[in-house]
Each structure stands twice: as C-alpha cells, then as structure tokens.
Design a protein around this ligand. Structure first.
Ligand code: PBG
Length: 330
C-alpha cells in the first residue's frame, strides 16, 4: 500500500470537506442490484401475518406475495428467496412434503415465473420447514443422517427446478450435497439452474427469529452443531467454500453476516468467486429493536450495515431490509 506523505502535506480531511469530494473518492457502494429479498410464505388467502420477532416482516399468502414481488421488481430488486411456513399436518418424519411438486414453495415459484419472469427466484433446500423435529436432515436415534438426507435434498431441488427456480440455495450443511445436486440437475436437463451454496454457514444464535417465522423454533430438538460450522472456525469455513466450489456451486454464501465479515473478506480474497452474505433474522431484529426504541437511527444503520458487506468483498446480500433499502436508494 502506498503510504501518504506525513502531515501537513497530507491532510486526510482535505477530501472529506464536501459531500461532492467524499462521493468522488468513495471506494464502495451499495446498489439495489446487490439485494436478494428473503420472503416468508404461507397458505391461505389475503394473509399478511406479522412475525413478532421480525418487526415489519410478514408471512404472506401467495395472493399477497405477487403484488409484493411486483413492487420489489419495480424497485429494481433482482431476486427473491422463498421460505415456507408449512402447515403442521404436513410436517412429518419422512419430510415428504419437501419434494411434493405442488407444495407451497413450488406453487409460489410457478406463479412468480409465470407473472414476473424477470424476477429471479431463489429457493431454500433443507428439510427443517417439513420436519417434525425442526432439523435440516433426517433424524434417527438422535443422529442427523447425512447421505439419506442428501438423497432427499436432491428430490427437493429437482422439484424446485422443475417448477422454474432460477437459483437453488442449499442451506442444510450436509456433506456432498452440492455435487449430488449438480449431477442431478445436469442429468435432468436443468443445466442453467444456478446453485448459491450456503457454504460457510455457522451454528449461530442469530437464526432465532427465522425459526419462529418458519415455525421450526419451538420444535427444534437439540441444536445444529453437528452440521453447521463452529463460530470459532475460520479455516474450516474456507475449506467448506473450497469444497462447495469444487463440487459445482456457482456462488457461495457466508451466514450470518455482520459478525462474520472477516470470513467474507477471506472468501473473496482467496476464491474470487461470486460471494454473498446473509444478514440473518437476528441481525435484522437487533437493528430493528434498537431503532424502535429510539436508540439507533434505523435508516442509517440499515444502510451502513449493508455497505459493510460490500466493503468486506461481497457481491450481494440477502436481507429482510431489501424493499426498504431499495426505496431508500431510489
Ligand atoms: C434453515 C435455514 C435457516 C436460515 C435459513 N435457512 C435457519 C437454521 O439453519 O436454523 C436462517 C435465516 C435467518 O436467520 O434469517 N435451513
């Protein structure tokens, strides 16, 4: 790095003097094209159901999803990511609803691709919204089965691709799922379906409000530490990213976001591939709670927290703030 001349030849404040100067030398920027909007869906009609731990976020029935998605697209948001709240009676130990071609997610994908073909639709691949016990994989005698789960995830991904999904988001952290999904997509003729792998997904306390939103929180037995990464481990996270890229992931994700910006930077520097962060539910809830109490300026910290991802090397961010950010940037 070039070091500036010593004071007073270099006065760092010289370029901070006016807004125009600051803008001229700004190194990173947040654009609406960087945003992926995670949305919770549920069955029914005319439903916009608030989620208490995620202020401002609702579970939407499909008839309410459509105008919301239309608005997002009009604001310039390129992609939305669907998370289903599954009816209780459809949550079973065999998780069969996950690969039902007519499940809620697959119906939503078909509707969105028919009505708003330019809006990219991303999915979540994991068993937790369909599992009686809240885990991302099959559980037998308290163990999460890896290979059996991967087979089920492939069925789930195939049904989503068949429905028209643009981007698959495996969030389960089983070993070998990217290779299995990629091979299945090739074999089924879905060659252009992209995979955004939740590659560096940590066993985090920041997912709490999400688990409320999909109704998996109260039923979760134990924790996810046998498949998600220990928050203490950086080299292991990088190894997971290397492995997922080698297995055929097109893009990789770091999750959560804000407490893991060092991982974002390391992933971008080392692999130089499309890199995303998920500003997860707990991060959103934290900022919203402080803003609602008047302790922080909500708009300001929203934009600052998202810009930080760009500075850390991310190409884009999944965030519940997406529509608000898009409105603020327009
Ligand atoms: C589950 C999944 C989780 C999130 C996305 N997919 C939760 C978990 O792993 O328990 C969390 C997203 C968020 O907190 O916003 N497969």
């Amino acid at each position: 790095m070039h070091s500036p001349a010593p004071y007073p030849a270099a006065r760092m404040r010289r370029l901070r003097r006016t807004r125009a100067l600051r803008d001229m030398v700004q190194e990173n920027g947040l654009g609406v094209g960087d945003l992926i909007w995670p949305v919770f869906i549920r069955d029914g009609e005319g439903v916009e159901e608030p989620i208490p731990s995620l202020p401002g976020v609702n579970r939407l029935s499909l008839d309410r999803l459509l105008p919301a998605a239309e608005k997002a697209l009009a604001l310039g948001i390129p992609a939305i990511c669907l998370f289903p709240y599954t009816a209780q009676e459809l949550r079973t130990e065999d998780c069969a609803e996950a690969w039902n071609p007519d499940n809620l997610t697959n119906r939503a994908i078909r509707m969105l691709k028919a009505e708003l073909p330019e809006l990219m639709v991303m999915t979540d691949i994991a068993l937790d919204p369909y599992n009686a016990n809240g885990h991302d994989g099959f559980v037998v005698d308290g163990q999460i089965l890896n290979d059996e789960t991967v087979d089920a995830l492939v069925q789930m991904g195939l049904a989503q691709a068949e429905a028209g999904a643009d981007i698959l988001g495996p969030s389960d952290m089983m070993d070998g799922r990217i290779a299995a999904l990629r091979a299945a997509m090739e074999a089924a003729g879905h060659r252009d379906v992209a995979i955004l792998s939740y590659a560096a997904k940590f066993a985090s306390g920041f997912y709490g409000p999400f688990r409320d939103a999909v109704g998996a929180g109260a039923r979760l037995v134990g924790d996810k530490a046998t498949y998600q990464i220990n928050p203490a481990n950086r080299e292991e996270a990088l190894a997971c990213v290397a492995r997922d890229l080698a297995e055929g992931a097109d893009m990789v994700m770091i999750k959560p976001g804000m407490p893991y910006l060092d991982i974002c930077r390391a992933v971008k520097d080392r692999f130089q591939r499309p890199t995303f962060a998920y500003q997860v539910s707990g991060e959103y809830a934290m900022l919203m709670a402080a803003a609602q109490n008047g302790w922080l300026d909500g708009e300001k910290v929203m934009l600052e927290s998202l810009l930080a991802f760009k500075r850390a090397g991310c190409d884009g961010v999944l965030t519940y703030f997406a529509p608000r950010v898009a409105a603020a940037l327009s």
